[in-house]
Every structure is written in C-alpha cells, then in structure tokens.
Design a protein around this ligand. Structure first.
Ligand code: AMP
Ligand code: ZN
Length: 138
C-alpha cells in the first residue's frame, strides 16, 4: 500500500468509491469524471505503477475480470460499444500512477471522436518499424 496513491487508498477503503466489483486481488469502481456515464476503472488492489509492472498472474486475473466487468458495464448502460483503455506513463496521459484499465461505454450518437491517425512515409519505413519492434520482443 502506497499511502500517497489515491487508488491504494480507495482499495484500502480509506477513500470512498462507487464500487462495482471486488475480489481478493481486484477492484472495479466508477470513474469520478466519466467520459460517458458508467465509465468504470478496474485496478489491482496492490500498488503496481503500470501494465508492465504487473506480475503475469495478476495481469491474467485482471484481464479475466476486465471481460466480466466490461460485459456488465455494456449491459447496464445499454451501450452500443465499449472502449477498453489503459494509459501507461505520463506521455500516454497516465495521471494516477497505479495501473488501471478504463472501461468506457460508447453510444453510436455520443459525438466522441477517436484520436487522429498518421501515415508512414513509405512501405520501407513501416517495415523498419515492424522489424525494430520484432527485435525488441523479450
Ligand atoms: P489516467 O489518466 O488513466 O491516470 O486516469 C485516471 C482516472 O482516475 C481519471 O479518469 C480520473 O477521473 C479518475 N479518478 C481520479 N480520482 C478518482 C477517484 N477518487 N474516484 C474515481 N475516479 C477517480
Ligand atoms: Zn497505488
């Protein structure tokens, strides 16, 4: 437990949350500033900063619960779709440095736009990126 971490404090029951689901290792609750109403967060109770810090067994449990809670969010909000997202590191928009998935119900008419996309200069440049990533696989 990291007492400077708001999600650790929520997991410990020190700060209230609108709880959806809890197991020994995982907690799901509503995001206080939803993209759409019903926007939920799924976290490991133990403090791990981001996805890459998660032990594999916790990542596995988290993904199984993501599927279950995601289906419940969709059903309860009668959503047309669901964005599952995770911001890792400041550059990706992570504000709370305790790993968490966002489950965001989406509606055909919700007016939200996806982020912009870029293009590669050439097929060679695209292939070079694929090769760099392939050779970085651990
Ligand atoms: P991120 O940018 O991925 O780190 O997102 C952190 C999320 O946590 C934001 O969407 C916030 O609205 C949400 N959040 C921050 N504090 C609380 C809180 N006390 N209860 C519920 N959600 C929170
Ligand atoms: Zn924490």
């Amino acid at each position: 437990m990291n007492s400077d971490c708001i999600f650790c404090r929520i997991a410990a029951g020190e700060i209230p949350c609108a709880k959806i689901y809890e197991s020994e290792e995982i907690l799901a609750f509503l995001d206080i500033a939803p993209v759409n109403k019903g926007h939920a967060l799924l976290i490991p109770k133990r403090h791990h900063e981001n996805f890459f810090d998660l032990p594999d067994e916790i990542a596995g449990v988290l993904l199984a619960d993501l599927k279950r809670v995601g289906a419940a969010v969709m059903a309860a909000t009668k959503a047309d779709g669901l964005n599952l997202g995770m911001n890792n590191y400041e550059a990706a928009g992570q504000l709370v440095m305790h790993a968490h998935f966002h489950l965001i119900p989406r509606f055909l008419d919700d007016g939200l736009n996806h982020w912009g996309q870029k293009s590669y200069e050439s097929q060679d440049e695209m292939n070079a990126f694929a090769e760099k990533i392939r050779s970085s696989l651990a």
